[in-house]
Design a protein around this ligand. Sequence first.
Ligand SMILES: [Zn+2]
Length: 51
Amino acid sequence: MDPSEFSEPMPCYESSPALAPADDDGMCVHCRMFLTIECPYIDHFLGEDDE
Ligand SMILES: [Zn+2]
């Protein structure tokens, strides 16, 4: 995964109440939908290998 690809807040971002404010940077990896089917970017995080 290219980290720069996720250097901006993601459109799908939803603040997770479990996050410390310091971690709440708006990135998908920190959103409450991360790695759930609710996240439209789940394909970015999964299955990059079989391209
Ligand atoms: Zn997301």
